[in-house]
Ligand binder design. Structure first.
Ligand code: M6R
Length: 615
């Protein structure tokens, strides 16, 4: 949570920092701030509640020149979102400014000790404790800023990515991290730091991902120095090339990132599939699986850990892997797994799914699984993020940056990769016939074109959605492969429209939720012509006979459903195991347009953040 940016170079820092904040706003957007230092060592700090545009309005007309600066966009953990709690936080003597992403777990103990030394606090945040501690160490030890930062971080328990500057020192920017991500961009005479690579794109393609417990000393006209916080040693610099373009970060003519990302899915799934199915369509090549053949041959069990939408993808993955690999699969919320004393052995494969690759609970689950000897496999979108670096092997979904807070193209990418993984491992284990592999792989390759047809429902869904803005509750029902699709549809609606929505396995309706049904509670029922179609039809009838309205997702030309349901969204028929990918797209559009007509901020819904790097 929270986004940080820093710059030391030759250009005006303010524009670079605020542009970077806009790109990081998906990480949190309840307040933001910037500290700029001019070449004479004078420092100006500005903070503002709300989005980055509020900060820009607040700074307008005030001094903000300088080629060194740090900035922050916040998602509150300690203290309400307001100007005072916004970052940067400044030390008592006004000398040191600091931005922080993460949580300092022992902040209360440190706060008490510092207050005992006469230190005064102005905010309710955990972060302010850290800047005051740095100042205290700096003054009592009469040491350099770098030494004080290192010493202070040694006393901190928790997660942090920080950037620090000090007044009268316009040639030094310090950054450090533990558990929270930090990328350093190395340009020509300029250096950038950021929570992810997006603020750096367009300036340089040379990046270093700062490692855990490392501190970077960025000095004007000097090479980057990275120091281990633990022993002061200098780990080697692994300079990588960034493969992201500015165009990939922009809205491309759509009103919102979310709509753009929904419409990108035919292309993103093509990218996701590229090179992973042989030209003859007979084999699936996932190097993460094939390079670890013995692990997949000897596995006793697969456990999938994830959060939110990625957890829904995991539920679909469970069925795919069980059906194709004849292996038991369990799915756990990463947050429950990490504290649940899970029974894991070295014959287990733990698959961690995460779009961002930074989700704190998923990262902690990975560490726990590794400590128990499991082989950990990551499915991630953001290249170079913490999760792909923490796992033993894995597969990127390659769907490009997902900026909208509500996950759409990442979900279909995750399900696509899970399908490929099940096919590849099933083929390796001899638990799926060649005929099935060829049929499923062939249909997978047709999915991008099928999604193009599904997206033609856009006008119909837009029209229909206007009608449903009145609803305060929605029920989403699905069975088999599409029970998780129902969960995901419900999550999308509640996240962006603030309408309460419940996803249920359709047959469970009669065990309780049926009591809720009336004319004011629409039900979205996923009813493709699959092995459970007849059962789902009776659920539709049960809703209708209680006065409920039904929006059915069914296959093209289903006359019977047209008679039964109030609204039919017709999608092309595909193999049962691939229906979640196809059926989830109209659900994304439905959620989108309902939220749109309710006037909600679709890309940045209230209280949410794209990357949940706190517990
Ligand atoms: O980056 P991750 O996939 O690990 O994120 C997990 C969840 O926080 C995420 O899917 C969240 O539920 C989204 N807002 C869903 O749209």
């Amino acid at each position: 949570m929270c986004g940080i940016v820093g710059y030391l170079g030759t250009k005006p820092a303010y524009e670079i920092l605020t542009q970077g904040l806009h790109r990081l706003e998906y990480r949190g957007y309840d307040s933001s701030g910037v500290a700029i230092e001019n070449d004479g060592g004078e420092m100006h700090v500005y903070k503002s509640q709300g989005k980055v545009s509020n900060l820009e309005a607040a700074v307008d007309g005030k001094p903000h020149d300088g080629t060194l600066g740090i900035a922050h966009t916040r998602w509150a953990t300690h203290g309400i979102p307001n100007d005072i709690n916004a970052h940067p936080h400044v030390s008592d003597d006004g000398r040191i400014a600091l931005v922080h992403n993460g949580t300092i777990e022992n902040y209360a103990v440190l706060h008490e000790a510092l207050a005992g030394h006469g230190c005064k606090f102005t905010s309710e945040t955990d972060t302010e404790v850290l800047v005051q501690l740095i100042e205290y160490i700096r003054l009592t030890n009469d040491c350099t800023l770098a030494d004080a930062v290192r010493e202070a971080l040694g006393q901190v328990i928790g997660a942090f990515a920080i950037a620090v500057i000090e007044r009268d020192n316009p040639d030094l920017l310090i950054a450090a991290r533990r558990s929270s991500p930090l990328v350093i961009g190395i340009g020509d005479g300029e250096t950038f730091i950021a929570s992810d690579a997006t603020p750096i794109v367009g300036y340089t393609d040379k990046v270093v991902y700062l490692g855990d417990d490392e501190m970077a000393l960025i000095r004007r006209n000097e090479p980057l120095e990275v120091i281990s916080l633990n022993d002061g040693s200098h780990p080697g610099l692994d300079i990588q090339t960034l493969r992201l373009s500015v165009e990939q970060l922009e809205k491309g003519g759509y009103d919102t990132f979310m709509l753009k990302e929904i419409f990108e899915q035919p292309d993103t799934l093509r990218d996701c599939l590229r090179g992973r199915i042989t030209a003859d369509g007979n084999r699936v090549i996932l190097s993460g699986v094939l390079d670890n053949k013995e692990r997949f041959l000897n596995a006793n069990r697969i456990v999938i850990v994830a959060c939110g939408t990625s957890w829904h993808a995991a539920l679909i993955g469970k069925r795919l892997i069980q059906d194709m690999c004849a292996l038991p699969v369990e799915v756990e919320y990463a947050s429950e797994f990490r504290y649940g004393s899970p029974f894991i052995t070295d014959r287990d494969i733990v698959i961690a799914i995460s779009q961002s690759g930074e989700t704190a609970d998923t990262l902690a689950a990975i560490e726990l699984a590794k400590s128990k000897g499991a082989f950990v496999y990551g499915i991630c979108n953001v290249v170079g993020a913490s999760i792909p670096r923490a796992t033993d092997s894995g597969t990127y979904i390659h769907v490009g940056p997902e900026i909208g807070v509500a996950s759409t193209k990442a979900f279909t990418g995750q399900v696509t990769v899970l399908t490929l993984l099940a096919l590849c491992a099933g083929q390796l284990r001899g638990t799926i016939s060649q005929q099935q592999v060829t049929a499923i792989a062939g249909e997978l390759l047709r999915i991008p074109d099928i999604l193009r047809q599904v997206l033609k429902l856009d006008d119909a869904i837009r029209e229909m959605s206007r009608i449903f803005t009145y609803a305060r509750n929605f029920l989403y029902l699905g069975r088999g492969y599409n029970y998780p699709t129902a969960l995901e549809g419900a999550l999308k609606l509640k996240e962006i429209s603030y309408i309460h929505a419940e996803g249920y396995p359709a047959a469970e309706m009669k065990h309780g939720p049926i009591a809720l049904i009336d004319k004011d509670m629409p039900s979205v029922i996923i009813a493709p012509s699959d092995s459970l179609y007849d059962k789902i039809v009776s659920n539709v009838q049960q809703v209708k006979s209680r006065g409920g309205h039904v929006i059915a997702i069914t296959n093209t030309g289903n006359e019977d459903m047209r008679k039964l349901a109030d609204y039919c969204l017709e999608i092309p028929r595909v193999m049962e195991c691939l229906t979640p990918i196809v059926a989830s797209v109209p659900l994304q559009l439905l959620a989108y347009y309902v939220a749109h007509y309710k006037g909600c901020d679709v890309d940045q819904p209230r209280n949410l953040a794209k990357s949940v790097t706190v517990e």
